[in-house]
Design a protein around this ligand. Structure first.
Ligand code: THG
Length: 400
């Protein structure tokens, strides 16, 4: 069987770095926000170890920005998310689910406040600019909604601070998690935030000029040689081990933020008005019918799901969940993944049978994030205190 080729056309937008990635030997691409997103350079596993030990530069320009600008910019941004944004400061970033009127997930962007009346939504893979623009028009709001040609170049890994300091100076080290600073490169101001889609730490530089971006890319690799800098991209193994859900894969518009484990980003006590409030309150009162969980499966490595894999408690029984992402974890010496589980089967420790394309695999439901693997030399400090699941507790489902 021959491997099909992804035909790249104008609709499959390239990024400022696409030629650079080819020179760096990019092995695979996916499409995200109608734009190329690399998936591997050496191999998934080599990229994974390199990310955990050194520092990588990632072309994540496909995490597009949706700009909301004008007197009603705050109002519209707040209307789209159950997260209370009333205390977000200029220069601050917050992770905020965006939901529809039925509390279905539309996107899960990083929201950045650029000014009193100016926000960027740094979006996952869905057309938020249409949703936001439609709301602005339908509600007759005084706000401009558009997609500026800007996106992040990420620097991720344990040596990210050292590499960034070589380019931007030591002040970059003082940026706190999910905060940003405007730093100068070649006389051009760039927004630099401490954020990124890995648990290894690092920064995102919001590139808004292709030539400046390319010069920055080249500079990072030139000065980073001493740090063994490498090309990289969001890594499937690292992000599953770290419990980072991917919109479109692990959650879709059919899921609400509570069952996606995003409750701590939903500000239950705030009274602010937002789209989906009544639906979300109802789901919270009844307890979500499903809950995303970790799963560990027995047996050798196998290719991860393209369509979700059905989960049962026993062979031949009813389906009680679906595995949405899975991969071989070298540190756990086993398969780790995410599954959306019905409340009745979401108890940590539940034994499961998973229907994979290569046959049935036994496994167990585990809490997210995954515990540190045995023998980890230096456990990474967890960034957020709250765990999404407590051992031995099912998804809270009250009888209605
Ligand atoms: N960076 C930027 N834009 C993005 C992403 C990113 N857009 C698409 C996608 N990623 C959005 N999804 C996420 C999901 C998780 C996080 C960021 C973006 C994240 N979460 C922290 C964690 O889980 O440790 C916690 C954040 C918090 O507690 O506030 O970083 O990566 N620019």
């Amino acid at each position: 069987m021959s491997t099909p080729i992804l035909a790249v056309s104008r609709r499959t937008r390239r990024t400022p770095f696409t030629e650079r990635l080819a020179a760096h030997g990019v092995k695979g691409y996916t499409v995200y926000n109608h734009m190329l997103l690399p998936t591997a350079f050496r191999s998934l596993e080599e990229d994974y170890w390199h990310l955990r030990r050194h520092v990588q530069v990632w072309d994540v320009f496909c995490e597009r920005q949706v700009e909301l600008k004008g007197p009603d910019a705050f109002r519209l941004t707040q209307m789209m998310t159950p997260r209370d944004l009333s205390r977000i400061e200029i220069g601050q970033c917050v992770y905020a689910p965006i939901i529809d009127e039925a509390a279905g997930m539309i996107n899960d962007p990083v929201v950045i406040r650029l000014g009193e009346d100016r926000f960027w939504l740094s979006i996952a893979d869905s057309d938020v600019v249409l949703w936001a623009g439609g709301l602005a028009h339908g509600l007759d709001l005084d706000v401009e909604v558009f997609e500026p040609d800007a996106g992040p170049l990420a620097v991720q890994g344990p040596r990210a601070d050292d590499l960034m300091a070589l380019v931007f100076g030591d002040e970059v080290r003082r940026i706190r998690f999910f905060r940003s600073a405007m730093l100068s490169f070649m006389g051009h101001p760039l927004l630099v935030a401490r954020s990124g889609w890995s648990k290894q730490g690092g920064f995102e530089i919001y590139v808004d000029d292709w030539e400046v971006g390319r010069a920055l890319y080249d500079r990072l690799f030139a000065v980073g040689e001493v740090l063994d800098v490498g090309p990289g991209c969001p890594n499937l193994i690292e992000r599953i081990e770290g419990g980072l859900l991917s919109y479109g894969n692990d959650m879709t518009r059919a899921n609400n933020p509570l069952e996606c484990g995003l409750e701590r980003y939903c500000s239950p006590d705030s009274r602010h008005e937002h789209i989906g409030r009544a639906a979300l309150d109802r789901i919270r009162a009844n307890g979500p019918a499903r809950m995303v969980r970790g799963v560990r499966l027995e047996g050798a490595a196998l290719a991860g799901p393209i369509e979700p894999w059905p989960v049962r408690k026993r062979r031949g029984r009813a389906q009680v969940g679906a595995v949405s992402s899975a991969t071989w974890s070298p540190r756990f010496s086993g398969i780790v993944g995410f599954a959306m589980m019905e409340a009745s089967a979401s108890m940590i420790g539940t034994s499961i049978e998973v229907e994979t394309p290569e046959g049935m695999r036994s496994g167990v439901v585990v809490a997210l994030p995954f515990e540190e693997a045995p023998g980890d030399a230096k456990p990474a400090a967890p960034r957020s205190a709250a765990k999404t699941a407590k051992a031995g507790r099912p998804a809270a489902r009250k009888k209605s």
